[in-house]
Design a protein around this ligand. Structure first.
Ligand code: TXA
Ligand code: MG
Length: 332
């Protein structure tokens, strides 16, 4: 292990140490298949309060509870509707979060006082950790509030130096879970499970969350519905430099020409348009773009601004666009 940074590669020993910390009411940062989470025992109000204090997270933004099996789900959810059961069979363990009526033993701090609790069963290391801890684990993304979500242990250590982090390498999806609720069935947050995959589970006409900018900032209070998933109303994913999101390639190329100091976050097909030093590569497919996006937003390379081109709003592109719109200081 690396003592100075307190980052521990995932091993049976470090997993047991992490589980013991959770049971003692301490925090642990750990990898999930989506992003790294900052976890605490979900049934321990004081432990959960530490998450909010550490992240600087607004108290009215509830956190997701991670479970390792269906018995643990029953410890936090009062009822499991039949429609939710179908989703569980298809998508758990995996990057889908489902909102249930909560049981009384779930502290208000977890749910921000809502009568519901958002739950997911993660895959792999995260599930092993929750199983070993033996308690449901409340975990938002392990970033300082407002910063891009961490997809590597190094990102977590950047935001929380010296913090206990389980290092499982870069995460698989790179974007947070999709959040759904009943009834009516609806998507509260676009994420790693694309909307198209939920068709047939949530009905034919899927209800979507308000788009990125509608939920906060200039448009807020202008007749837009308040965000139902409270976290979606805050400015998010902010890089250290302004991010400018372009709807059209021609506009991006013209702007980049007149701003030679700006870096460009590029899918592979766009990279040949720019000098190599300006390019922060995002990859070829939308899966790669999703996986690399948050890391690209955290780039420390010198450059005045970050420029990025919109991706088509289908499949994972919806979640990518949601994150870009929230991260952008300007949309052109
Ligand atoms: O992939 C993920 O979901 C990651 C990993 C760590 O599991 N977690 C994550 O948590 O992204 P966080 O806290 O950054 O986002 C939680 C989202 C927020 O948009 C929050 O408003 C929503 O879930 N949420 C939590 N509880 C809710 C509830 N009871 N009703 C509606 N939305 C809820
Ligand atoms: Mg987050």
């Amino acid at each position: 292990m690396n003592r100075a940074s307190n980052v521990h590669p995932v091993r049976p020993r470090s997993l047991r140490a992490a589980a013991a910390r959770l049971r003692r009411g301490e925090l642990v940062a750990f990898p999930t298949e989506t992003v790294y989470g900052l976890g605490a025992n979900a049934l321990d109000e004081r432990a959960v309060a530490k998450i909010f204090a550490t992240k600087g997270r607004p108290q009215d933004n509830p956190v997701i509870v991670h479970v390792s099996d269906l018995r643990m789900l029953r410890r936090v959810a009062a009822t499991v509707p039949a429609k939710a059961r179908t989703l569980i069979r298809r998508f758990w363990p995996g990057p889908l979060t489902i909102v249930f009526p909560k049981r009384a033993n779930v502290p208000d701090a977890v749910t921000a006082g809502l009568p519901t609790v958002a739950v997911r069963m993660p895959d792999g290391i995260a599930r092993d950790l929750v199983r070993l801890a033996g308690v449901p684990v409340a975990a938002p993304s392990a970033n300082l509030s407002g910063r891009p979500s961490p997809t590597t242990a190094e990102h977590v250590a950047e935001d929380f130096p010296g913090f206990f982090v389980l290092d499982g390498g870069p995460t698989t999806h790179g974007l947070e879970s999709t959040v759904v609720a009943f009834d009516p069935p609806r998507i509260l947050r676009q994420g790693a499970v694309p909307e198209e995959d939920l068709k047939g589970f949530l009905g034919r006409k899927i209800r979507r969350p308000p788009r990125g900018r509608d939920a906060f900032g200039p448009a807020a209070g202008s007749g837009a519905e308040p965000a139902e998933s409270p976290g979606t109303k805050y400015r998010h994913y902010a890089p250290l430099r302004p991010l400018v999101l372009f709807r059209r390639k021609s506009a991006l190329l013209a702007y980049a020409d007149s701003h030679p100091d700006a870096l460009v976050l590029c899918p592979a097909w766009l990279a040949p348009f720019f000098a190599a030093w300006r390019v922060v590569p995002l990859g070829e497919t939308i899966e790669e773009i999703a996986r690399n996006l948050f890391s690209a937003l955290r780039t420390t390379r010198p450059g005045s601004e970050l420029l990025v081109l919109a991706v088509p709003r289908r499949g994972l592109g919806r979640a990518v666009m949601d994150r870009l719109e929230r991260a952008a200081s300007r949309i052109v």
